[in-house]
Design a protein around this ligand. Structure first.
Ligand code: HGY
Ligand code: MN
Ligand code: MN
Length: 417
């Protein structure tokens, strides 16, 4: 293997920030970053990423779920996959997702400029649906690459009633081509995702980079509380079947259960709620709210879910309500590949930088790609641990180090083949 160019860490960090700022300007709203799956903004972002991939020496294709695939050294049968997502939450920061795509492109570009000869080729993947911000399904694009796409997701609808199947067609793709998106496991040597930590640990440790040990499992569902709408002025408090106060009691019970298990990294979030009929002088007869639950182990998470359902039954009985749980998403806690963790740690150490290993409280495409091949993640320090928020920030210096560490990882992986 030829000696590779010395990696100019400062320049790489500046370039990463410039690219992320350009990508971060592609939004469906002028005042905040919103880039949803299979929308015109996704198409525009995919076009920009494809241009960068070509400039870095890759040939570019797109699969049936809109994943942009930059292929470096297509002649190599074995493929190392590097990627992350380019969709965002509502009012997002510009690093969550795109950082892993941009740093992957910069690492491949550095290899390409050095005319590096490796025993494998590299595909950089820009997934379009990690956040699940448009459809209830999520991780659908990485699922297609991993060969675990659930066709039931095609029937999920967005807030305008558009199904995923229709959105795929409108994006110019064909659902019949989804099976062809799956990689052959025998052809894939591994998957690596560089991602902003989205938490406070690296900053608290004063470290730029961290190696991820595992990714938390999650349950996501909709909870529907049914009571009886009534006149706000004439129904005595003791005779009400108020769906909103019932939902409020259940939400506080959910919070209590999560707090009681906080030492096991349990978190429970109600991100959305709506009450109907939604008039000031009408007792709400129906409430729907979202619930997501995460914990360090699947057993703890499922035990907490059972406890929540018991509390719901007790509340419904006392308040004469009906409470239903409509699950729409579950992922298991996923361990990251130990061998890749070791190589990532060695690559960071080779930069003269101390690192730690830490779990991820956020979900990632890596937990789906782990069903295809050995998968691991490299975290980049996140200012204040703030993410899913426009204040999200990672420094050029840290992103330059992450690019150099990824580059070093690739060299180490090649040397082991
Ligand atoms: O919600 C998550 O954990 C990820 O950011 N989609
Ligand atoms: Mn996210
Ligand atoms: Mn993410």
């Amino acid at each position: 293997m030829t000696t590779l160019l010395p990696v100019d860490i400062t320049t790489l960090g500046v370039r990463a920030e410039t690219m992320l700022s350009e990508l971060g300007s592609i939004s469906s709203e002028s005042q905040r970053l919103v880039r949803l799956f299979l929308t015109p903004e996704h198409r525009k972002a995919a076009g920009l990423v494809a241009t960068w991939m070509r400039e870095a020496g890759m040939t570019v294709s797109e699969d049936a779920l809109g994943t942009v695939r930059g292929c470096w050294r297509p002649d190599k049968t074995k493929r190392l996959l590097i990627g992350s997502h380019i969709d965002t939450v509502i009012d997002a920061g510009k690093y969550d997702g795109p950082m892993g795509v941009v740093i992957g492109i910069l690492a491949v570009e550095t290899l390409h400029k050095a005319d590096a000869e490796l025993p494998f080729g590299i595909d950089v993947l820009a997934f379009g649906d990690e956040e699940g911000s448009r459809f209830r399904s999520t991780l659908t694009s990485s699922s297609a690459c991993a060969g675990v796409f659930n066709r039931a997701a095609l029937a999920t609808t967005d807030s305008n009633g558009v199904t995923l199947a229709d959105a795929i067609k409108a994006y110019g793709k064909n659902v019949d081509d989804i099976p062809a998106a799956a990689y052959d496991p025998a052809a894939v040597t591994g998957y690596v995702e560089v991602h902003i930590e989205q938490g406070p640990v690296l900053e608290a440790e004063n470290l730029p980079l961290g190696v991820v040990t595992g990714i938390v499992g999650q349950n996501r569902m909709r909870v529907v509380v049914l009571g009886e709408a009534g006149h706000a002025g004439t129904v005595p408090m003791t005779m009400r079947r108020d769906a909103l106060t019932g939902a409020a009691e259940l939400i506080l019970a959910i919070e209590r259960i999560a707090r009681e298990n906080e030492s096991d990294r349990m978190v429970a979030t109600v991100g959305r709620i709506e009450a109907s009929p939604g008039a000031t002088n009408v007792i709400p007869g129906r409430v729907g709210f979202s619930l997501e639950l995460r914990a360090s182990t699947d057993a703890l998470r499922l035990a907490a879910l059972a406890q929540i359902k018991q509390d719901a039954a007790r509340i419904a009985g006392r308040r004469k309500l009906e409470i239903a749980f409509e699950p729409f998403y579950e992922t298991q806690t996923t361990a990251c590949a130990p061998d890749i963790q070791d190589l990532l740690e060695q690559s960071v150490a080779a930069l003269g930088v101390r690192t730690i290993r830490l779990p991820s409280g956020a979900g990632h495409d890596a937990q789906v790609m782990a069903k295809l091949c050995p998968a691991a993640m490299l975290f980049v320090r996140c200012r204040g641990g703030v993410s899913h928020n426009p204040a999200e920030f990672a420094s050029e210096a840290d992103m330059g180090l992450a690019t150099a560490a990824l580059f070093g990882f690739i060299k180490r992986l090649a040397a082991k083949q």
